[in-house]
Design a protein around this ligand. Structure first.
Ligand SMILES: Cc1cc2nc3c(=O)[nH]c(=O)nc-3n(C[C@H](O)[C@H](O)[C@H](O)COP(=O)(O)OP(=O)(O)OC[C@H]3O[C@@H](n4cnc5c(N)ncnc54)[C@H](O)[C@@H]3O)c2cc1C
Length: 424
């Protein structure tokens, strides 16, 4: 079999055998027969988190929506469903999710397993919607766990890094469908952002700030607001010193906005406004690398100020940076565990060596603010540092050891960052 890479093209999977089961029974069979096994979602992570030297399972054929329970306001999906598919199904029936990531092509299971998030001062990460999951465990049995039954340990299982078993279905909280509009401002002075961070990020349900750190302003601010069908909102032409954009924009200024969802305040369904990119636009390979750090929101002004001093150092490798906010949650390995957060994301040119050479400088600048790295992206923080940043890692290790005592679902990534010697 030819070598398979992740979406970004920076990671080549090492798995000896690939499996594409069509049923849960086939998943159970693979897990029973395998000594080392991992599950792959839609390959949007940028590191080896999903990999294994032996058996890699893709759930791309297990991609049905199983049940919508309108009374309980939940939907249950199979482990291979992508957000794009789920959103359309929900909206057609008058339902919605609380938030989405920048891209609708991600699998629900993979996104939740790594603590993926959108933006919003009052909006937690995507995994906060999970109320129950079915897993094929190391012994090949199917077990269903829920917040109701498991209590506190459920909070340890949802952002599970694929370490507890194969998630074959998830139940998510839904809410009535809603419309949104997206307005973009250009050239927000950094001084304004630093002085009025909470006010600016609280100006809409979801706020994204795009910058390359080269100028003393943020190039674009994307404001996503919920609106009624009779929306009469008129955005100010000037806002905190920024100017309302009069045409559709791509976050990377010189690129065509064709792949982006509609802006200019045009109302549309929630799932066509929350992600930056259209579901119908199918990016094959990104040819990029990403990194992201999540810190307590109270540190946002100081952290942004510190990063702005690095602008010239970042420039040769950086495509664009995005700053978002996320509200606190209870999920042990969520980067937003017990803290209202700000995330600083970097989309890099596809030169991982140069990126890895630069990351320690960024991590040094952010060190005073406790930067929790995104599990699915590239970082160079040592495992011992993660032990301090993720206070529930010891509890998670115990949970994983109970569920998978033989270490069938472990891989190099988990051995380093969850079970590393330096962590003990
Ligand atoms: C273009 C792009 C945009 C992105 N936007 C955002 C964003 O807006 N916000 C954000 O926070 N992140 C974002 N990310 C990161 C992305 O959300 C995470 O990397 C996420 O894990 C990707 O999901 P996936 O299905 O591709 O998972 P994969 O990369 O395939 O796998 C990730 C992890 O999930 C586990 N996993 C997957 N499926 C299962 C399953 N069924 N059972 C058990 N474990 C499973 C894997 O074992 C692995 O540990 C983005 C990435 C890209 C490439």
């Amino acid at each position: 079999m030819t070598k398979q890479t992740n979406w970004g093209g920076n990671y080549t999977y090492r798995a000896a055998r690939w499996h594409h089961p069509h049923t849960v029974e086939e998943v159970q069979d693979v897990v029973r027969r395998s000594a080392q096994v991992r599950v792959l979602g839609t390959r949007h992570s940028f590191n080896g988190i999903a990999d294994t030297p032996e058996d890699l399972i893709s759930l791309k054929h297990l991609n049905r929506v199983l049940a919508l329970d309108e009374g309980q306001q939940t939907v249950t999906v199979e482990g291979g469903v992508r957000y794009g598919e789920l959103c359309r199904y929900l909206d057609e029936r008058g339902w919605a999710l609380h938030n989405l990531a920048s891209l609708p092509h991600l699998s629900v299971a993979g996104a939740c397993a790594t603590g993926t998030h959108g933006s919003g001062n009052r909006s937690p990460g995507l995994a906060a919607a999970v109320t129950a999951m079915s897993l094929v465990t190391a012994g090949g049995h199917v077990t269903t766990v829920s917040r109701e039954q498991e209590g506190a340990s459920f909070e340890g299982m949802v952002v599970g890094l694929g370490a507890l078993g194969v998630v074959t279905s998830l139940t998510l909280k839904v809410e009535p469908s809603y419309l949104m509009r997206q307005d973009v401002y250009e050239h927000l002075p950094l001084t304004q952002l630093i002085q009025r961070f909470d006010q600016i990020t609280g100006s809409a349900e979801s706020v994204s700030l795009f910058t390359d750190w080269r100028e003393p302003h943020v190039q674009q601010v994307w404001l996503k607001r919920r609106v009624s069908p009779q929306d009469t909102f008129k955005p100010d032409a000037e806002w905190f010193g920024a100017t309302l954009a009069q045409r559709h924009l791509h976050p990377i200024h010189h690129l065509s906005a064709a792949p982006c969802n509609q802006q200019l305040g045009i109302p549309g369904p929630w799932f066509d406004r929350l992600p930056h990119f259209r579901a119908a636009h199918t990016p094959s390979s990104g040819q990029e690398v990403q990194s992201e750090y999540v810190l307590p929101r109270t540190h946002a002004p100081a952290a942004l100020y510190a990063l702005s001093a690095l602008g010239k150092r970042l420039a040769p490798v950086l495509l664009i940076s995005e700053v978002r906010t996320i509200s606190a949650d209870e999920l042990w390995l969520s980067p937003c565990y017990h803290q209202d957060s700000v995330s600083v994301h970097f989309t890099w040119h596809p030169d991982e060596r140069a990126v890895r050479a630069l990351l320690p400088e960024i991590e040094r600048e952010l060190a005073p603010f406790g930067p929790r790295p995104h599990w699915g992206k590239v970082f160079t923080l040592p495992p011992a540092r993660l032990e301090h940043l993720y206070p529930r890692l010891p509890d998670f290790r115990r949970l994983v050891t109970t569920w998978d005592p033989g270490g069938k679902f472990r891989n190099d990534f988990l051995n380093a960052y969850v079970f590393g010697n330096s962590c003990k």
